[in-house]
Design a binder for this molecule. Structure first.
Ligand code: NAD
Length: 355
């Protein structure tokens, strides 16, 4: 699989990635290499990575607890302090080894410590490989509001190695695959169908789908790095999805939800809205609905809950002038952005989750 280059950084696959990493280390001679992990990636991924790094530089490991609840400024403060105590300087390198939480938080910490040090993402979750570690968005949550604090700053490189997926729990494999389905919906009908027909997460066929997904995301990001136009499409399903995530995080009595699961629900809701506001055909909608219900998620919200979520949607970064703006599908493989819809239609769309 050939490397994918976006303006100022490259995504490498499998061993080519580790070769590129060692070459970069050889050329730049970092003073210290910091590896950020969570407890799960320390156990499952660090032992695979460490023999691949060829260096005489000191390697320091900084470990945080796993989970979205730690993607916050308090955790950043802990990592910033550890970096300073361990002698981080402008010539240090940070490697973020983990899922989207580690790459989002690690990229933000590296972009801000000492006004920025170089960092490399080694995504270990499927969501990280096809989405979070591509595109240069880094950041953390503020209270229950997702990704409110952050910067856009590209890593030196991202290394995608599906070997890491062997230890990833099935729920997280499904979680990451949702973003791959989304990539098909917004840009490529054939890819959507290939995803629907894929049955084995640990196969060459699936590795090739990961590669194609990384290309789709990279192409969109390189067209619009600052999210002023086409990149908004990557938020398909996320306006409603983020509101569901924030709502469930805020109401501790409710079960926690994975990002991809919430986005899947968001995709169904926004596809329903697409029928009225973007002329998505009923056949295409039925196809998406069949896929959604096949995931067997159990979201169900009453009207009061949906109204609370509509309030949460107002924090979405795509909005302006207090209006909630949706990306909608005109057909499978194409979209329009900045669509304002009626509140009652949003309430009705949420009811589709139950059917
Ligand atoms: P995550 O980082 O919490 O990882 C999921 C779980 O899997 C964690 O418990 C982690 O420890 C564990 N894990 C990761 N790799 C493993 C492996 N190989 N073996 C065993 N366990 C492993 O969550 P995620 O789903 O990877 O990412 C979600 C985050 O990504 C969210 O915070 C979301 O906002 C963010 N995100 C960012 C972008 C972006 O463009 N920056 C895009 C999409 C999502």
């Amino acid at each position: 699989m050939n490397p994918i280059s976006i303006k100022d950084f490259t995504i490498y696959f499998e061993n080519q990635g580790f070769e590129a990493l060692n070459q970069w280390i050889d050329e730049h001679q970092p003073s210290t290499i910091f590896i950020l992990v969570d407890d799960k990636t320390m156990e499952n991924c660090y032992p695979y990575l460490i023999p691949k790094i060829e260096t005489t530089a000191t390697i320091e490991v900084i470990e945080i607890d796993h989970g979205e609840e730690y993607k916050n400024i308090d955790t950043c403060a802990g990592v910033w302090s550890a970096l300073v105590e361990l002698g981080c300087d402008r010539n240090s390198l940070m490697i973020n080894l983990g899922g989207g939480v580690i790459t989002d938080l690690g990229g933000f910490v590296a972009s801000t410590i000492k006004r920025g040090i170089p960092f490399i993402h080694v995504p270990t979750s499927l969501l990280g490989m096809v989405d979070a570690a591509i595109g240069g968005k880094n950041g953390v949550d503020l209270g229950h509001l997702k990704n409110q604090i952050g910067v856009i700053n590209a890593p030196v490189m991202t290394i995608v190695d599906p070997t890491f997926l062997q230890t990833l729990p099935i729920q997280h494999l499904i979680n990451g695959s949702i973003e791959m389905f989304k990539h098909g919906l917004i840009s490529d009908r054939v890819y959507w169908n290939d995803m629907k027909n894929s049955t084995d997460f640990h196969s060459d066929t699936f590795n090739s789908l990961i590669y194609q997904s990384a290309i789709i995301k990279s192409d969109i990001v390189s067209m619009d790095p600052l999210e002023q136009g086409a990149r908004k499409a990557l938020n398909y399903g996320h306006t409603a999805g983020h509101a569901i995530e924030s709502y469930l995080m805020e109401h501790d009595t409710k079960d926690a939800v994975l990002h991809g699961e919430a986005v899947a629900a968001g995709i169904l809701i926004e596809s329903f809205l697409s029928i009225k506001y973007a002329h998505l055909s009923q056949t295409a909608y039925d196809d998406i609905k069949e896929w959604y219900h096949g995931l067997q998620l159990s979201f169900s919200f009453d009207e009061d809950e949906v109204k609370e979520m509509i309030e949460l949607m107002k924090y979405d970064k795509k909005n302006s002038n207090g209006q909630i703006k949706f990306v909608l599908l005109t057909q499978i493989g194409d979209f329009i952005t900045d669509q304002v819809v009626d509140k009652q239609d949003i309430i009705n769309a949420f009811q589709e989750l139950k059917k």
